[in-house]
Design a protein around this ligand. Structure first.
Ligand code: SF4
Length: 337
């Protein structure tokens, strides 16, 4: 595996090769950003965060709204809130140094077993268990694990420990991740040239695509909501910071209704009934489509153009880069209306 990694492993801004270890701050930041997000999307955010906040204590001292704004577009915004809280704990309770073991790391907000294992291995060279979705796929195929996910996770973790070498503990999980990405891919594994082919049980049974075994897929429910874009005579929009808890928590957003459990209901026969204030609201063409992990959203967009200047801090010049992706789509639809 290391021979493959040394030739083909990716060069990434948060990566160093054994025996040099990546700072825990960089491992942690990149791992949180990479949850549910692809590497190409994360790279500019990682570079921006580390330029603005070179140390974990710089991040801890930053205003929450700056952190949320810098995170805008990455999605899963609870990650950003937990990131900021964890930075504050590391800085205030641990003197700016991350705990060096899995238990200590897991006590920090937003750090689960995978992320704790990854930081312990990559930043501190510890022989922890590091099994993300990519490594899970390689292990499930190599050992032909018949138990469906997620029940198979414990078995896969135990199998990982049996193949984990003593040498280069920080490189091993990174090598496996790159290998899974480049060779043992979900749909078209490159078995003929694979350095693990001789020992791979799935390959020997010609059943690579049958692993990992997944539970039957459930169809995602579709929700319908509405967002309200009001523009004043200066072209400024009415924006609110969403409540800390819940969908898009803490993010700047247009007022909306009907799509989260905490929302006011949305009556499609009377769209303006859930508007933030009375105005001449008009629906803007087709709804905006957005996919969340657990549901698909069709969001109607209502637009109102006011003849007066808006009064209050909610009236702001729209900076799309500060908005979550759903609200950027809403803004685009409003501009087309
Ligand atoms: S032989 Fe194929 S299925 Fe097995 S680890 Fe290699 S690429 Fe993956």
């Amino acid at each position: 595996m290391f021979a493959w990694y040394d030739r083909h492993g990716r060069t990434l801004p948060w990566r160093r090769r054994w025996p040099e270890l990546t700072p825990a701050y960089h491992v942690w930041l990149s791992e949180i950003m990479l949850q549910q997000t692809v590497v190409a999307t994360v790279i500019p955010y990682f570079l921006d965060f580390t330029r603005r906040w070179p140390t974990v204590c710089d991040l801890a001292a930053a205003p929450a709204e700056d952190v949320m704004s810098a995170w805008a577009g990455l999605g899963y915004y609870a990650r950003a809130r937990n990131l900021h809280r964890a930075a504050q704990i590391v800085c205030s309770d641990h003197g700016g140094l991350f705990p060096q073991n899995v238990e200590g790391l897991r006590a920090l907000p937003g750090i689960g077993p995978y992320t704790a294992g990854a930081i312990a291995a990559i930043a501190f060279g510890q022989p922890s268990i590091v099994v993300d979705g990519n490594i899970e796929r390689v292990m499930a195929r190599y050992f032909a694990v018949a138990t469906p996910l997620p029940a198979a996770k414990a078995d896969i973790g135990a199998l990982y420990a049996t193949v984990r070498p003593d040498e280069r503990p920080s490189d091993f999980p990174q090598a496996l991740m790159d290998f899974a990405n480049a060779v043992c891919t979900p749909k078209a594994p490159g078995c003929p040239g694979c350095p693990l082919a001789d020992g791979c049980a799935a390959r020997q049974a010609d059943a690579q695509r049958d692993f990992p075994v997944k539970p039957p897929k459930k169809a995602k429910p579709v929700r319908r909501g509405i967002a309200f874009v009001a523009l004043d005579s200066d072209g400024r929009a009415y924006l609110q910071t969403r409540p800390e808890r819940g969908m898009l928590g803490g993010m700047l957003a247009f007022p909306s209704a009907g799509w989260t459990d905490a929302d006011q209901a949305y009556d499609r026969d009377d769209p303006s009934a859930s508007a933030p204030f009375a105005a001449d609201w008009a629906l803007a063409g087709r709804p905006v489509a957005h996919v969340f992990t657990h549901f698909t959203l069709d969001m109607d967009v209502a637009v109102a153009r006011l003849a007066r200047r808006g009064d209050g801090p909610e009236w702001q010049t729209v900076r799309p880069a500060s908005l979550p992706t759903l609200m950027r789509k809403v803004w685009d639809a409003a501009k087309r209306a």
